[in-house]
Design a protein around this ligand. Structure first.
Ligand code: BYC
Ligand code: FE
Ligand code: FE
Length: 471
């Protein structure tokens, strides 16, 4: 199906044939634009930004690049093509055809999953709203805005599902998604990591590396859902997600590169006085963002997760490729637990360990980028290596939220934690140092002193390209 760009809301869901839904969405659109104006990227409404817009769901050529003013961005609704033969791959309904409507008995659980997913998207835009004024280059500014508009589109994707399939309570939830705000005392965002500050570009790159990667894994497991419209929405969102993680991985990599250059030029680890971010500080930011993102997978032992799996609402990563019965009634899975003074691994009923399994997949994926960053350090001739902290480190959800551990995973006392925590996570003084480097660079082809220029291109445009035009 082709997309009619004359419609208010570009889509491949044949919106014009459903007047009620179209009206509901057109009613929500101005509220979204008000929210964008109030809590989206600051002072950016008049900029012409070189952005990609999703214009189809074809694997080749789904994106169109051009200058756009962000409030005029065409936030559209795109689902990957439906497969009329698709069957449920797991749980008690395994082998049955997937659902095109929401079964009444699963309505509230499905709504809750869609709302939780939807809540993170605008939350991240709110968290990043002040970054534009301290961008290290025009290229980076453009990437920030690209991520922002796409998270906005991900919100649209979830709001479409709520309004199309959940009637009046869906419409109410759609409004609430614009009423909760990141860090708000009274109406915070649902999940912890989305109420933290993203106040500098190092945090932004760590966030897109670690927290957008939670998005990748959650979307991948929702893409397994028996509720076909949810599955198809998430599949298309994953296409865009790859760029967000690229921004994170390459952003951190370029900082590491610059730090190593300064270390070699001045023959010191302490590059702060030369305007770089020392490796030890980078490790602290890594520890923080990894630990808050690890919390996003929920409790290690979760009956909610068991229900989602059993009823076919949310699967495991690449469910169809896993070689087991996809029912998990008799299976077990190793889960980290805590008792007395010890962390140990215990075999647990696999159905209850679905969250932990996804967290394991996530941690393995996080580690790949760490290795690539370490390669940069190694190639510069230095011994230092980044490490992921132990999964028990700095946790607020699950078994580990009641204990304190060091990054190696040794349990320590509350006093030792208080005494030493700023060796491991950023202190106020680390944060104000990083903040002090955040001076805008907006001349095409120029770059801030704490980060190396990118090697890659955006749609074949070089680093010198005029990615954002200020009017
Ligand atoms: N913070 O049984 P559990 C993305 C609560 S990121 C606060 O484990 P469940 C993106 C939980 O709500 C992807 N509370 O819960 C990235 C529950 O509360 P109640 C987002 C938490 O539901 C960057 C209780 O603890 N998508 O797309 O099985 C930029 C029991 O826990 C947290 C999704 O998350 C937390 N971290 O598992 C932009 C997918 N964790 O009911 C976008 C949808 C748990 O006892 N969500 N709690 O009051 C889910 O699948 C599940 O809700 C979770 C939690 C896996 C998150
Ligand atoms: Fe997203
Ligand atoms: Fe994302």
């Amino acid at each position: 199906m082709t997309i009619n760009y004359n419609e208010k809301i570009p889509n491949n869901v044949d919106l014009s044939s459903d007047r009620r839904l179209q009206r509901a969405l057109e009613n929500w659109q101005p509220k979204f634009l008000d929210w964008w104006e109030e809590l989206g990227p600051n002072y950016s409404s008049e900029f012409d930004v070189y952005l990609r817009t999703a214009v189809s769901v074809e694997k080749q050529g789904w994106a169109h690049f051009d200058y756009v003013k962000m409030p005029e961005y065409r936030w559209g609704i795109f689902l990957t093509p439906s497969d009329p033969n698709r069957k449920i791959d797991f749980g008690m309904h395994k082998g049955e055809p997937v659902w095109q409507e929401v079964p009444g008995e699963y309505r509230s659980e499905l709504r809750r999953l869609i709302v939780t997913q939807g809540d993170t998207e605008p939350a991240s835009v709110e968290q990043q709203r002040h970054l534009g004024k301290t961008c290290p280059s025009l290229y980076d500014l453009r990437n920030l805005f690209q991520v922002n508009v796409e998270e906005g589109r991900h919100l649209w994707a979830m709001v479409y599902l709520l309004q199309a399939y959940f009637g009046r309570d869906g419409r109410e939830e759609a409004d609430s998604l614009l009423e909760r705000h990141s860090g708000d005392q009274d109406k915070p965002r649902i999940l912890g990591a989305f109420n933290e500050n993203t106040s500098d570009w190092l945090s932004f790159f760590m966030f897109t590396y670690f927290t957008d990667r939670d998005g990748k894994f959650q979307l991948a497991s929702l893409a397994e859902s028996a509720f076909d419209p949810l599955s198809r929405s998430c599949r298309f969102m994953l296409t865009e997600e790859a760029h967000h993680m690229f921004v994170g991985e390459s952003g951190v990599g370029r900082i590491v590169q610059r730090t190593c250059e300064l270390m070699n030029e001045y023959n010191t680890f302490d590059v702060r006085e030369y305007g770089g971010i020392d490796l030890h500080t980078l490790q602290k930011y890594l520890n923080f963002h990894f630990s808050v993102s690890t919390d996003l997978f929920g409790q290690e032992i979760s009956t909610n997760a068991a229900t989602y799996f059993n009823t076919g609402l949310k699967g495991r990563l690449n469910e169809a490729r896993i070689n087991d019965d996809h029912l998990l009634h008799d299976a077990s899975y190793p889960v980290f637990q805590v008792s007395e003074e010890q962390i140990f691994i215990n075999e647990t009923p696999a159905l209850n360990a679905i969250n932990e399994r996804l967290r394991d997949d996530y941690i393995a994926d996080c580690d790949l980028g760490i290795r690539r960053w370490n390669k940069i350090i190694e190639n510069s001739g230095h011994e230092f290596r980044f490490e992921l902290p132990h999964r028990a480190f700095n946790r607020n959800i699950g078994h580990f939220s009641n204990i304190k551990v060091n990054p190696e995973g040794r349990i320590i006392s509350q006093q030792e934690w208080e005494k030493r925590k700023f060796e491991w996570i950023p202190s106020e003084s680390d944060q104000s140092f990083v903040q002090s480097l955040m001076k805008p660079v907006i001349e095409p082809g120029k770059i801030a002193g704490w980060i190396a220029p990118p090697k890659g291109r955006i749609n074949r445009q070089s680093f010198e390209f005029d990615y954002v035009r200020f009017n």
